[in-house]
Design a protein around this ligand. Structure first.
Ligand SMILES: Cc1cc2nc3c(=O)[nH]c(=O)nc-3n(C[C@H](O)[C@H](O)[C@H](O)COP(=O)(O)OP(=O)(O)OC[C@H]3O[C@@H](n4cnc5c(N)ncnc54)[C@H](O)[C@@H]3O)c2cc1C
Ligand code: SF4
Length: 479
């Protein structure tokens, strides 16, 4: 065992500096700073180098965390980077936005012994940001390109990870996406204060420089059918994510100024990228000087409340029908929102939207938690006669997402989907019921996490390679 490790008893946990609330509420920049080199070494040296590393077991990518922490503690940063990127296509993205408290860090043994977890996410971010800075991150240079090509529908993390892995092996890869920029929810969903856009843009540029073709503003279903694309490529991956916003059917739903979360977040992200956004410019999707009510308790709701704070809302309230302990969003993000002045109304559910033409108030009903439901979480039930009213000029609904009707959208009614509308795949081959068509990411799992989308994209690449190397694919393509 290196004498540089196991320092958790002597060295306390320290995260990178966090900007003050006053300072960070003024802009959309990320709120956590970077470690200085000595601090990264010191914090990495706290790792206890467990024989069975539970952090690694609970990382969806099974990142070799103890080893890259050890290399960092020893000052061997380039080796740490090589190891870290061998299992993850975007370590600096995961380091920033994984809910580490539920994944790697939540399972750190020294956390369990009361010493405070190793700050795995921050070290991962530090290693890869340094690699970018030092020029160690390089585009793929192929010795020989293969003749077979793969078409990927969707330039989110699942599609991008799959594309990179397939390109490394030498396949021609084209990514089709209906947005004007690649990145999926990394670019138009997740706000800058969690993930600045240059981080995503330098990744997609790297893939372009690696010879992967991007076709933007291309919507499968409108600009081509799935069948036509299938004829053009030797294999297809569907990685289209989930975008149908869940609704709440209550009185007053038709009033103006009630929006789905993605309308609000996309407008804000586009504005941040320097685009002209008419609905923001004319005030419709701008929270400035308004009483904002956000409904929901997940990551999307946290992103909406914190965006509204930065747009200088008059007040920001978050309604959630369960209590704080049962919120699905990352505990770290809930804490950040509270610090930034968001008022949480836990155990509260909207019962009516009130107003003449546009929303002016929300009627709220108090809830209590009953017995656990099928998901294992305690079911909220209404408390009779507990209604009260809160002022609101704008309501944002962040109630989760369902898949769009992909078979219909793609003019491909034979594509099999589950009862929830997610695409059905064979879990081993990741193939749909259409030969040579694979699927990965949120469109298979339902709304999930970036790190799982990367994992699925990587797994799909392995299966697509197997398929393309088999005789079956040659026969099917020729048919
Ligand atoms: C607001 C918000 C905040 C989030 N915060 C976090 C977080 O902090 N941490 C975390 O781990 N996860 C977070 N998530 C979840 C995470 O972003 C997703 O799980 C992840 O992006 C899924 O990746 P994907 O590649 O499957 O799909 P997506 O990222 O959704 O990408 C799908 C792509 O497919 C394209 N597409 C769709 N239909 C078509 C079509 N017909 N033709 C062509 N292209 C099409 C879309 O334009 C899009 O670019 C958040 C999600 C949201 C909405
Ligand atoms: S990818 Fe996510 S879960 Fe895995 S080590 Fe990095 S931050 Fe932790």
């Amino acid at each position: 065992m290196s004498e540089k490790m196991l320092k958790f008893v002597k060295i306390g946990q320290q995260t990178p500096p966090k900007r003050s609330v006053e300072n960070r509420s003024e802009d959309f920049k990320e709120i956590y700073g970077e470690y200085i080199s000595e601090k990264a070494k010191e914090q990495s040296s706290r790792c206890s180098q467990c024989g069975v590393p539970f952090c690694q077991v609970h990382c969806p990518l099974q990142n070799n965390i103890p080893d890259w922490l050890k290399l960092t503690a020893e000052g061997r940063l380039k080796d740490a980077y090589e190891l870290s990127q061998s299992t993850n296509n975007m370590p600096e993205v995961c380091g920033r936005i994984c809910p580490q408290d539920r994944l790697c860090e939540g399972n750190c043994v020294i956390e369990q012994s009361g010493h405070g977890t190793v700050t795995i996410g921050s070290v991962e971010k530090y290693i890869t940001d340094t690699a970018w800075e030092k020029g160690w991150v390089k585009p793929i240079k192929l010795k020989k390109e293969k003749s077979q090509s793969v078409g990927i529908i969707g330039a989110g993390p699942a599609g991008l990870a799959c594309a990179e892995e397939l390109r490394k092996i030498g396949f021609k890869v084209t990514i089709y996406d209906r947005y004007d920029r690649p990145g999926g929810l990394l670019i138009y969903g997740i706000p800058n204060f969690k993930l600045e856009k240059f981080v995503v843009e330098r990744r997609t540029k790297l893939l372009k420089d690696s010879g992967i073709k991007f076709v933007q503003n291309f919507e499968v279903g409108r600009d081509s059918s799935l069948e036509d694309l299938r004829k053009k490529h030797n294999a297809i991956l569907i990685a289209t994510g989930v975008y149908k916003a869940r609704n709440i059917e209550i009185f007053g739903n038709q009033l103006k100024n009630i929006f789905p979360a993605m309308d609000f977040l996309t407008a804000s992200n586009k504005k941040g990228l320097g685009d002209k956004v008419q609905l923001f410019e004319n005030g419709t999707l701008n929270a400035e000087n308004k009483n904002i009510v956000v409904i929901g308790g997940g990551d999307t709701a946290m992103d909406c409340v914190r965006t509204a704070v930065r747009q200088k809302a008059k007040s920001v309230k978050c309604l959630y029908r369960r209590d704080r302990e049962n919120m699905p969003g990352s505990a770290r993000e809930v804490g950040n929102a509270i610090e930034e002045g968001v008022e949480f109304l836990w155990l509260s559910s909207p019962s009516k939207f009130l107003g003449e033409n546009q929303v002016e108030a929300v009627e709220v009903q108090k809830m209590k938690l009953g017995n656990p439901d099928a998901s294992g979480r305690r079911k909220p039930t209404l408390i009779e006669n507990s209604n009260y009213k809160i002022d609101s000029d704008m309501v944002i609904k962040a109630l989760g997402f369902d898949p769009e009707n992909i078979p219909k959208l793609f003019n491909s009614e034979n594509l099999a989907v589950s009862k929830w509308g997610t695409i059905k795949i064979d879990l081993k081959s990741m193939q749909t019921n259409i030969p040579g068509v694979f699927a990965a990411g949120d469109i298979v799992r339902g709304a999930s996490l970036v790190v799982w989308a990367i994992r699925d994209g990587r797994d799909a690449a392995v299966q697509i390679e197997k398929y393309l190397n088999s005789n079956l694919s040659k026969k099917e393509f020729a048919a």
